[in-house]
Design a protein around this ligand. Structure first.
Ligand code: RFL
Ligand code: PHB
Length: 390
């Protein structure tokens, strides 16, 4: 088979790019390692920047998001027994975020690809990238024991952190920067009314906690846990009891508990690979960079890559200019590093570090006190949280 663009990975990055290119007549195929049910079973991000929401609309995938997603104009930070609110709308010059689950967004993208007759191959095993530094790259994969070959002009590596694309780049052509945090997040999803209509990020001596939501009947909660913890150590009752301990009493008293319908532990890590291009291969999303979830930047950073890559491809196929493709890595990375900085800042501000000394604790407290006493500091937080311009 021959297409213009071969996209590896059927997560949000790959599907969004596929849909946008298809709408502009650029032929592409998506190769996804897993089944659709598996991809849709992963509970991940919940907060979308307004710029991302706009891109979903441009991809003609925004209808359900606009109907069912919630617009949030602010969120809370709980610390030292009090609850302070960050007014995103006020301090970002009128912007906001959309609370809409990654699962739902991915489902909308799959539905759109189906409606348009897009080519999405599931259970594509042993995906391998070939001849990336020539102008005739190709990709091979096996499915049901049969080997297939896709000839293309460009390959997009949108196959997440553990994918094959980044690993196909020779080690001396890529530089990796990594920071591993000494804790993870234990997350649960429950069919209960959220404790607060807006998100609550809680800093506590016992560790960080987050109260988030997917809708007014579906809650998502997280607890900072040691990396050595396993799921069987965390029965639902223990989760709820620990969450209550880490929230101010005014919030804990409102908490409605119930059985978890999903429970998972994710380690916290920051990672950036640069450049994001090798010959005819372009990396996008988690394949090139990840952040700890604290600042809600991961999926949003993926969207900013897709924005730049989509426009670079349009430039190439419509205007015959490679300027966008040549500038892609630098443009994408400029914003990625800002998202890294913000995620690092929020993670450092709100978590309890194992080796933390009293000096570090005092700095965290001072940073929070300063934040809520300075409109300038709140503006900095708000403009980063709603998303810097693409
Ligand atoms: P994905 O979603 O990992 O999709 C990659 C796809 O590629 C497939 N794949 C392969 N396909 C073919 N061949 C191979 N060899 C392959 N290897 C892998 C995989 O099966 C998969 O389907 O990457 P993508 O599309 O770049 O999307 C990135 C986002 O998923 C990620 O950044 C966010 O989920 C991060 N994140 C959050 N981001 C936000 O912006 N806001 C949030 O509120 C937020 N919360 C979170 C998060 C991530 C979390 N975890 C679990 C890491 C909360 C959590 C707990
Ligand atoms: C989520 O709802 O999963 C979520 C929200 C905000 C974050 C991280 C995760 O910062």
């Amino acid at each position: 088979m021959k297409v213009q663009v071969c996209i590896i990975g059927g997560g949000p990055s790959g599907l969004l790019l596929s849909q946008l290119l298809h709408l502009r007549g650029i032929e592409n195929i998506v190769l996804e390692k897993h089944t659709r049910e598996y991809v849709l079973g992963r509970i991940r991000a919940g907060v979308l920047e307004h710029g991302f929401a706009k891109l979903m609309r441009e991809a003609e995938c925004g209808e359900r998001m606009d109907r069912e997603g919630e617009i949030h104009h602010g969120f809370f930070i709980a610390h030292d027994g009090i609850l302070d609110r960050v007014d995103l709308h006020k301090y970002s010059g009128g912007n906001s975020v959309v609370v809409y689950g990654q699962t739902e967004l991915t489902r909308d993208l799959y539905d759109a690809r189906d409606r348009a007759g897009g080519m999405v191959v599931h259970n594509a095993e042993d995906v391998a990238l070939h001849d990336l530094t020539t102008d005739r790259p190709f990709v091979t994969y096996t499915r049901d024991g049969e080997t297939h070959r896709v000839d293309c002009e460009y390959v997009i590596g949108a196959d997440g952190f553990h994918g094959v694309s980044r690993k196909s780049i020779p080690a001396d052509k890529i530089r990796e920067h990594e920071k591993i945090y000494p804790f993870g997040w234990l997350g649960i999803l429950s069919r209960t009314k959220p404790v607060s209509p807006e998100l609550v990020y809680a800093k506590h001596d016992r560790g960080f906690a987050l109260c988030s939501l997917r809708s007014q009947v579906l809650s998502r909660y997280y607890l900072q846990v040691p990396l050595t913890d396993t799921l069987d150590q965390w029965a639902d009752d223990e989760f709820w009891a620990e969450l209550k301990r880490r929230l101010p009493s005014s919030v804990a008293g409102q908490l409605i508990t119930g059985p978890s319908i999903e429970k998972s532990i994710a380690p916290l890590r920051s990672f950036v690979a640069e450049p994001m291009r090798y010959g005819r291969l372009f990396l996008a999303g988690d394949a090139a960079h990840i952040v700890p979830p604290t600042g809600a930047r991961g999926l949003n950073s993926a969207a900013s890559d897709i924005y730049h890559l989509y426009h670079a491809m349009l430039d190439h196929y419509r205007n015959g200019s490679d300027a966008g493709l040549d500038a892609y890595s630098d443009r994408a990375l400029a914003r990625i590093w800002k998202a890294q900085r913000f995620s690092w800042w929020m993670t450092t501000l709100l978590h309890r570090f194992p080796e933390q000394i009293s000096y570090d604790q005092k700095l965290q407290e001072t940073e929070l006190n300063y934040l809520f006493s300075s409109e300038t500091a709140l503006r900095l937080l708000a403009e980063n949280y709603v998303g810097l311009p693409f």
